[in-house]
Design a protein around this ligand. Structure first.
Ligand code: CDP
Length: 796
């Protein structure tokens, strides 16, 4: 009779355990960067450029220095004397810390003031006089490559134009041949607009340099503390072991808190110069105007089709607008991130992608906002193209997907762009979603409503996302291989502390990592405390973005638990006085194979590790695992949305949304559902209401929450989630795949496809996101496509 502990009762895999971190958050006891107050702390504010492109003729900071309470004014020239005016970016480019020669985007950092309080610092910023000579402005890739375009990065040698990269992948000739043989070629041009992750907490840092110990401690909002430590060591030329980066509680990251921002660097230099702690907390407009933009990609897409709907080939050209500095984090090998994950779920013989990246006079862009390095754009383009192809062929949208999906028996499957997908049940997910939305019935209702002038639409979107970079063979950032780590110390009373190289920003790692330990060792999850974000104590890791935590750090948690179990087995053999080979494991307990009643618990092994270990055994019960995944994990999802569009106003309402997500084994089903709902909410916002762009002069339009709307519970539609399709990842130790971003990645196309479906027959082929009422109304009224490409009319 088994004496194993009950996995669900101890909060193991599959338990919808309440989030332990919420104990402090709902009591207002979180510890965010801005909560930290250090003795003698000063405050830093940044002076930003009002112009998008201008030569700096002079900067006069004398009046700022004269203001009582001001301790330091930093300008680009001062930074330059310390070789800190420019810094390397995570994409092998350089970025101005404080502008010296030119400003290259509106909101760029020009000077910093460090003062007794932030108000004095802000006033002093306004006392700085900068003489600018305006230059012509570029706000789109088309302008960037136009004849005679001004060269934005004239600071760089060997940069004669505004092109950052020209990259291609796939089979150009094979694709051409397939297009020549096609019955129908379907074409679509789209823009995935700029968007902003806009976490509730902005970016910030408190640098604290102690001259006596030579130690620099930086409390900061970063999703990747170890990468920051390495970067600070390189940029500031400080010894790495004398740098401690602490990322305390983070109020949302969504990719915004991966890059290195000038504010961090300036606060560090100021602390070194003043030998006092210096705090910089970005304000909301600073956050929205300068840090963390995402997307901004144009697509020219073509599909070669057989009459019956079979996709023969795909050709894509993308133009990505990276802003003034190419500074987002992405794998070194892949210039446009993982854009070539497009069509991974479809069985397409051949494809070709060309990708060009260009500079513009916008804040740096391209951050992986809740997505794995451009996968959001890839999936959006894919699903919009599939819908257009279905319309061109007059084929049902569900049918074209079903007939082109990779079948369950085709795994492992090589995608047309070279990825290896390993598992999935794509057809089943679609079937579940179609049933849940009552597909046939809706189509009848839609036709009937149409006859009475009502516009109903149904949009399908599917996505498979490559999550969990590395493997380290293919994935690195600045040459640092992408793996991750976990360190587990089991104390003598059987309680434990787990540290990983990841960094939660609200995803619930403190809850779910403990569940993996519970699953592997039978130690109740409540007996495991999880700590992340302090480089002095956490093992080296690449941080949390691109939903890589569960695929990589989560796997490391399982692996380190198994190392602990292996040692505990030896201790159990010693305690039970049998050889190790005679020992069996069941959850929480070792027992003698021939006498199952004779056993010891994992807790008894723990105390023995400190008090009764066999001769020659190293005392203690702790270990570290570094995990280099063999492959990415590939979750899959189908999202179906139904909408009604008001032809008089262009307003559209969601009638129903069903989501079928297959992320393999779910560690904590409640947290997974929370992740899906959050992603769908962001997808809805991107498609419906978030408008941030740039006018012809490079002014950032919509950098406030009156224009760039964050949906609240009031306007967010309800979601119906389905969890019955589970395809474990074959190479992940617990069969899990990532989930954090899936709905934000796959969701937008479902909403847009639904509105386009409602407009079918009107001659409208595309409306660029966001599908604001005026854009939808314009499309309906004038029977024309509506482009969102800047220079944009925000009010004409
Ligand atoms: O990297 P990030 O934490 O943003 O994304 P993730 O690895 O997809 O995980 C998001 C949250 O969902 C974490 O708390 C995970 O442990 C949890 N999760 C889960 O419970 N089961 C899965 N199969 C995947 C994630």
């Amino acid at each position: 009779m088994s004496q194993a502990v009950d996995e669900i009762k101890i909060g193991g895999l599959g338990a919808s355990r309440r989030r332990v971190e919420d104990n402090r958050f709902i009591r207002g006891k979180g510890n965010y960067t801005d909560d930290i107050v250090l003795p003698g702390m000063l405050h830093m504010e940044i002076l930003r450029s009002p112009l998008a492109h201008a030569r700096i003729k002079s900067i006069d900071a004398s009046k700022a220095w004269d203001i009582p309470g001001v301790h330091l004014v930093l300008t680009g020239d001062m930074m330059a004397t310390r070789n800190l005016a420019w810094m390397p970016t995570l994409s092998y480019d350089t970025q101005a810390v404080l502008a010296t020669d030119k400003v290259r985007f509106q909101g760029q950092e020009v000077a910093c003031v460090i003062a007794d309080d932030p108000y004095i610092a802000k006033d002093a910023c306004e006392a700085i006089v900068v003489d600018y000579e305006p230059l012509p402005v570029i706000v789109s890739p088309m302008q960037a490559v136009a004849e005679g375009a001004p060269v934005i990065r004239d600071d760089k040698e060997n940069q004669p134009d505004n092109v950052i990269y020209d990259w291609e992948v796939g089979d150009r000739d094979g694709t051409e041949r397939a297009f020549a043989a096609a019955d129908v070629v379907s074409k679509l041009e789209l823009h995935y607009p700029r968007s902003h992750p806009s976490p509730i907490e902005c970016c910030g840092s408190i640098a604290d340099f102690n001259r006596a110990t030579s130690k620099l401690t930086v409390y900061m909002t970063t999703q990747a503390p170890h990468i920051i430590r390495a970067a600070v060591a390189m940029v500031a030329e400080l010894p790495e072991h004398m740098i401690r980066i602490v990322s305390p509680d983070i109020g949302g990251g969504f990719g915004n808190k991966v890059p290195i921002y000038p504010g961090y660097v300036c606060s560090i230099l100021a602390s070194i110069l003043l030998e006092r702690p210096v705090k910089w907390i970005e304000d909301k407009s600073g956050n929205l105007i300068s840090t963390g933009f995402a997307r901004d990609v144009y697509l020219k897409g073509e599909m070669a089709l057989r009459k019956d709907g079979k996709i023969l080939a795909v050709r894509m050209h993308t133009d990505a607008d990276h802003g003034a500095f190419f500074s987002d984090a992405q794998p070194s090998k892949f210039k446009i991130g993982l854009m070539h994950s497009a069509f991974a779920a479809y069985d397409i013989p051949v494809a070709h992608l060309t990708a060009r990246g260009t500079y513009s006079n916008k804040a740096p862009g391209g951050v992986a906002y809740r997505c794995s390095f451009r996968v959001t754009e890839a999936m959006f383009f894919q699903e919009r193209m599939v819908q257009a192809a279905a319309d061109d062929l007059g084929i049902d949208q569900a049918q074209i997907r079903a007939m082109n999906f990779v079948r369950d028996d085709q795994f492992p499957h090589r995608t047309p762009f070279g990825f290896l997908t390993d598992s999935g049940q794509y057809g089943k997910c679609l079937d579940v979603a179609l049933k849940a939305i009552d597909y046939e019935n809706f189509r009848r209702e839609q036709a009937e409503a149409r006859s009475r002038g009502r516009l109903l639409g149904l949009g399908i979107s599917t996505m498979t996302e490559p999550l969990g970079a590395g493997n380290s063979r293919e994935y690195d950032i600045l040459g640092i291989k992408m793996f991750d780590s976990a360190d587990l110390k089991v104390h003598m009373t059987g309680k434990a502390i787990l540290r990983t190289g990841a960094k939660t920003q609200g995803q619930g790692h403190e809850t779910t990592w403990a569940q993996i330990v519970a699953h592997e060792l039978g130690i109740p999850a409540e007996d495991v405390v999880v700590e992340e974000g302090d480089t002095d104590t956490a093992p080296f890791g690449m941080g949390t973005y691109a939903s890589r935590s569960t695929p990589v750090a989560g796997a490391a948690v399982a692996m380190v638990s198994r190392k602990i179990r292996a040692k505990a087995r030896k201790l159990a053999a010693h305690l039970l006085e049998v050889s190790e080979e005679d020992i069996e494991w069941e959850l929480g307990r070792f027992y003698v194979r021939s006498a199952p009643g004779r056993g010891v618990t994992i807790q008894e092994c723990a105390i023995a590790a400190y008090s009764n270990m066999p001769d020659g055994m190293e005392p203690g019960l702790e270990n570290t695992a570094y995990y280099d995944p063999p492959n990415l994990t590939w979750p899959f999802a189908v999202y179906i949305v139904t909408v009604e569009v008001d032809p008089q106003t262009g307003v559209w309402d969601v009638l129903k949304l069903v989501a079928v997500d297959d992320c393999g084994v779910r560690i904590n089903p409640m947290i997974v559902e929370g992740q899906i709902m959050g992603g769908l909410t962001e997808a809805y916002a991107m498609s419906n209401m978030q408008f941030i762009t740039f006018d012809a002069e490079g002014n950032c339009v919509g950098a406030n929450y009156m224009d760039y709307l964050l949906p609240t519970a009031w306007e967010t539609p309800g979601f119906e989630l389905h969890s019955e399709v589970v395809t474990p990842c074959p190479h992940h130790p617990i069969g899990a795949k990532g989930i954090g971003e899936c709905a934000a990645v796959g969701g937008p196309a479902a909403f847009v496809n639904a509105v386009m479906d409602a407009l079918s027959g009107t001659g409208v082929r595309n409306i660029d996101m966001p599908l604001l009422p005026d854009r939808v109304w314009e499309a309906i009224t004038y029977h024309r496509d509506v482009s969102g490409a800047p220079p944009v009319r925000s009010d004409d």
